[in-house]
Design a protein around this ligand. Sequence first.
Ligand code: ATP
Length: 345
Amino acid sequence: MTIIEKIRPAGAVAARHGESAGACARASTLPNPAARIVDVRDLRKTYGSGEHANHAVRGIDLAVHAGEIVGVLGPNGAGKTTTISIIEGLVPPDAGSVRVFGEAITARGAPERMRARIGVSMQNSVLPPLLTVRELLDFKALLHPAPMAAEALLERLGLAEKAQTQFRHLSGGQQQRLVLAMALVGNPDLLFLDEPTSQLDPQGRRAVWDLLIEQRQRHNAGMLVTTHQMEEAERLCDRVLIIDRGKIIAEGAPRALISTHCPERTLEFLTRPGTDLAFLGEIAAGEPDAAGMCAVRARPANVEAALAELIARQTRGALVCEDMRISIQTLEDVFLKLTGRGIRS
Ligand code: ATP
């Protein structure tokens, strides 16, 4: 479990949840179905044949609306890249239909007039090694009618000092930032982002998420983002499709998926060994730490009432209690519950 809330009054916790999962609050406004900019029906793709057949995509339906960030979340080999590559027109499907901005995508890819409206960042993009960051970005900007200012974009992505560096001399993370800058520079209406922050440090990831959310707000851009980072899906996406073995196994706003499939919350705190905690029901307690305190986890039926009782007992000196938290579950737990496997396995 990675989302942990320090205990505060119930209202404050709820407010914090609204703020940290801003995407969920946004998702409570249903997108206009007329503004469906990506519409995928019953997509299928098998690589190889006979006993070597690999059914990478097995009947995927998905939609992206203007102003909506949709995440495709799943473990390695789930079919995320294949799906996004088919939608971009890079890989031909065996069956199914793909429409982008209302037009069919065929084996020849997106029609020319549509390309200026789309930004793409694929994993391991190969760019001319001798061109500099600035040359590559300026070249990409030339293809669009109303590009963003290159300097500001490089600054936001932490590449300003690398503007004159050749592509071949960038680190993996810097190359990924440049590919993202090139996807964004044309102010696209639709972005396809394949694991856009997989090589970035935590600070870089947050900068990219902020930039993408800003682009959606300013430009009403829709985005389809593949990821296997829970935090990315929870913070960035309005809606998440959890995909496993080529099929969608769950779909919804991140918080809605968690509250539907894994609503249990855990009360965690430190206390002295031997403390009577029978009022919490079943508990899991660790060994005493250097300060002589044990970590305790409990899943009482009414977590608020249990917390109130814990605080009441502490106030009247009946027990010693520190670092109280309520932890909620994550999309990782949802995946585990639905498949019996971890998302990274
Ligand atoms: P990752 O998170 O590792 O990027 P993914 O969810 O994007 O994985 P895909 O890259 O779509 O998964 O791969 C789905 C399956 O299809 C995998 O089993 C992969 O080995 C296979 N596959 C992908 N591309 C090809 C290809 N060009 N030829 C043969 N098999 C392929």
